[in-house]
Design a protein around this ligand. Sequence first.
Ligand code: SF4
Ligand code: SF4
Length: 154
Amino acid sequence: MSRIRLNELDASFKYRVAEQPGGEGIKACYACKACTAACPIEAVDRRYDPRKIIRMALLGMKKEVLESDLIWLCSSCYACHEVCPQNVRFTDVMFAIKNLAVAEACIPPGLTAQRTLLKDRGRLLEVGDFENEKREKIGLPRIVEHSEDYGILL
Ligand code: SF4
Ligand code: SF4
């Protein structure tokens, strides 16, 4: 992700992660990389490396971890959890890290847009003419949105 700047490290960051529900196991990691070898996301995007994310968090690279778009790529598949010899439970550590990112308003714009759609419309996909034309082509009825249908969610 980026180079280490010693004066910007936050030594308390690993403790903050460990205090979060699911984050407790982070300090047990001994960097064997079994999680990385098992990760399906790493297999398609080499920038994403569970072991590296843990090392960065342990080193105190709080800013680099929380502001990285990569932490949002985890698919929560638990493959890393299954192979870890230290029972770090990296999937849950990622939830802890993402919760801290949200608390510090480090949320990618795409996720913010999804949250707004879900809150305002009750679904992640806004249905417009384009979607309705595709529905009609395969014999599905049009979806017509009525504000009163989702008003209770506002
Ligand atoms: S498998 Fe477990 S101990 Fe090994 S690097 Fe991943 S989290 Fe750390
Ligand atoms: S839970 Fe996340 S980090 Fe772990 S293997 Fe799956 S995608 Fe990779």
